[in-house]
Ligand binder design. Structure first.
Ligand SMILES: [Zn+2]
Length: 250
């Protein structure tokens, strides 16, 4: 029952994250004006703004101009609902640690979609991630673990950045990726962040090779890295301890 309630909260949070994904990179206010169709600018009525349900009822089209609504909207809502529910599933207690995970997820989802679409990670989100990670570190008495996490992340990612720049004369990862990795470090602590970064690089390498082999991307094409960092961070959030234990016992 609780998990169903949390799923609904996740859907509503996802609806707000959709606003963030659209407005933050366009430097628009998150609060004003209220939701409107980006095509015909007609305001969206409350009954057309119910997560998932409205998209299905409207068959993915604006009520006024019939312009199709991006599949990203219901996708982000469902994803947030599922990830919020998973947080409770893995940590069935409504305490500060659970709340910390919800905030972490709420930063990762917009970063994932904004980097995918615009190939940027807005500073407001990466700094927000770092600062809230440190605040939660203080609140959960793991401040030094957060600090070490950020330190380790900046060391690893700066090294990769410098090697890429000096040897290949290209930026394999950007400054935004470094800041995001630091934020992940503050939330996960240094041990679990290591697992997260390892998974991110593994996924990144596999996808890059697949894209090259299938000819979908060329060698010079840039691949946004935040989606891989997000995937690594989310898997480690739920399975990090187990994966680390598995690795150490091998
Ligand atoms: Zn419209």
């Amino acid at each position: 029952m609780v998990i169903f309630f949390i799923f609904i909260i996740g859907l509503i949070a996802g609806s707000f994250l959709n606003v963030c994904i659209y407005r933050i990179p366009r430097e628009k206010s998150l609060l004003y004006p209220p939701s409107h169709c980006p095509q015909c600018e007609n305001p969206i009525k409350w009954f057309d703004n119910i997560p998932l349900v409205s998209y299905l009822l409207l068959k993915g089209k604006c009520r006024f101009c019939h312009h199709s609504i991006s599949i990203r909207y219901p996708l982000v809502e469902a994803l947030t609902g599922i990830l919020f529910s998973l947080s409770y599933f893995f940590h069935p207690s409504l305490n500060i640690l659970f709340f910390k995970n919800l905030i972490f997820i709420s930063f990762l989802i917009p970063i994932f979609f904004i980097d995918l679409e615009k190939k940027i990670i807005p500073n407001s989100l990466s700094y927000g991630l770092i600062i809230s990670g440190i605040i939660f570190g203080i609140l959960t008495r793991s401040f030094f673990s957060s600090l070490w996490g950020a330190g380790l992340a900046s060391a690893i990612f700066l090294a990769i950045y410098l090697v890429g720049y000096l040897l290949l004369r290209e930026e394999g990862i950007g400054m935004g990726d470094i800041k995001m990795a630091m934020g992940i470090g503050t939330f996960l602590g240094w041990k679990i962040s290591l697992v997260a970064f390892f998974i991110s690089f593994l996924f990144g390498a596999v996808v890059a090779i697949l894209l090259l082999l299938t000819g979908l991307k060329k060698r010079k094409d840039k691949l946004p890295f935040a989606p891989f960092l997000t995937s690594g961070a989310l898997i480690s959030l739920f399975y990090g301890e187990r994966l680390l234990h598995l690795y150490l016992t091998l």
